[in-house]
Design a binder for this molecule. Structure first.
Ligand code: FES
Ligand code: FES
Length: 173
């Protein structure tokens, strides 16, 4: 069951919601209009612009984040719906590493999978989810698992290679 944040109404009559959640391991609080999407709240209220706005209707995957370890399109959720939940955005993946990236992000660079870069945060978050749920994916598993993420530069083969590289690195640990 979804728990919503506390609702208030400002002087102009706009319904506002107070939301408390965890973002990238840190406690977060924000007050947003009740209709604001999670994607917009991340970008404009929390300043986490790694999450990209593209189609805004669940078709491209550019806004993918993890919520309670599940991959979601943040454009399809309201910010008010994440009360008490645990969010991971692309900014949080490399937290604690000296280069600011985790092994998956490094693999995207090593495989030459980044062209214009616009789709990459969403690709990385979907790949992270895939590898957490299927640590040794086949090529077909990767294509299937990443099928919700579109790349207009059509760098799909190198994205598959980046995921394979990461799986190999993690298996070797
Ligand atoms: S911006 Fe969310 S799926 Fe395209
Ligand atoms: S790298 Fe340009 S859209 Fe994917």
């Amino acid at each position: 069951m979804t728990t919503y944040g506390t609702t208030n109404v400002d002087q102009a009559g706009t319904e506002l919601v107070d939301v408390n959640c965890t973002v990238n391991g840190q406690t977060a609080h924000f007050r947003v209009p009740a209709h604001r999407t999670l994607m917009d709240a991340l970008r404009y209220d929390l300043g986490l612009t790694g999450t990209k706005t593209c189609c805004a209707e669940g078709e491209c995957g550019a806004c993918t984040i993890l919520i309670n370890e599940q991959a979601v399109n943040s454009c399809l959720m309201l910010a008010a719906e994440v009360e008490g939940l645990d969010l991971l955005t692309v900014e949080g993946l490399g937290a604690g590493s000296s280069c600011g990236m985790n092994d998956l992000q490094e693999s995207f660079l090593e495989a030459g999978a980044v062209q214009c870069g616009f789709c990459i945060p969403g690709q990385v978050m979907s790949a992270e989810y895939l590898l957490r749920t299927n640590p040794e994916p086949s090529v077909e598993d990767i294509r299937e698992g990443m099928s919700g993420n579109l790349c207009r530069c059509a760098g799909y083969q190198r994205i598959v290679e980046a995921v394979q590289r990461t799986a190999a690195k993690r298996a070797a640990r």
